[in-house]
Design a binder for this molecule. Structure first.
Ligand SMILES: [Zn+2]
Length: 166
């Protein structure tokens, strides 16, 4: 019997009963690791909710895993509509909709928020109260916004705390 990963579709090889040509599904080790990281990010929400500011948990690849209610209110969107999006996309950065995509436009090079997240993702070092200026789109029209960002890393998750979204 051939077993394939139900998430990534990669074959996991033959298991018992080699002459049986049917297919069975498992989750491979890579996908298992990835999903347990996402699940970890969604647990302990009370720690997020007790914070005074909007807080976001991201993967090292800067995609949203979870955020607190203050973050949903500040960005006027439920977490479910933001999960999986890149940082500039869920914040509503005007540049994230350019054809090159979030993080890859000519503006992104000088983005202080992007730089803080990169340093934290790559080195694990906390970046405190970094000022970032961006045009963000929450209710139809882009608004010039001055954000203050603190980024930290725990294991495979990045935490981003933002002020200036009120
Ligand atoms: Zn897989």
């Amino acid at each position: 019997m051939n077993t394939i990963c139900s998430c990534c579709g990669r074959t996991q090889g033959e298991t018992i009963r080699p002459f049986d040509d049917r297919v069975s599904h498992v989750m491979c080790a890579n996908c298992g690791e990835y999903f347990s990281m996402l699940w970890d990010g969604k647990t302990d929400m009370s720690a997020l909710e007790s914070r005074k500011l909007p807080v976001f948990r991201l993967t090292v690849g800067r995609r949203l895993v979870a955020c607190n209610k203050k973050a949903e209110a500040a960005l006027r969107k439920p977490a479910g509509l933001m999960a999986g999006l890149l940082c500039g996309e869920f914040i509503g950065c005007e540049n994230s909709t350019l054809p090159e995509g979030c993080g890859l436009t000519r503006h992104c090079e000088s983005c202080a928020l992007r730089r803080a997240l990169s340093i934290t993702a790559d080195t694990g070092s906390t970046q405190e109260r970094v000022m970032a200026f961006m045009h963000i789109n929450r209710e139809g029209a882009p608004e010039f916004t001055q954000l203050t960002a603190t980024t930290s890393r725990t294991g495979d998750l990045i935490e981003l705390e933002l002020s200036g979204l009120d």
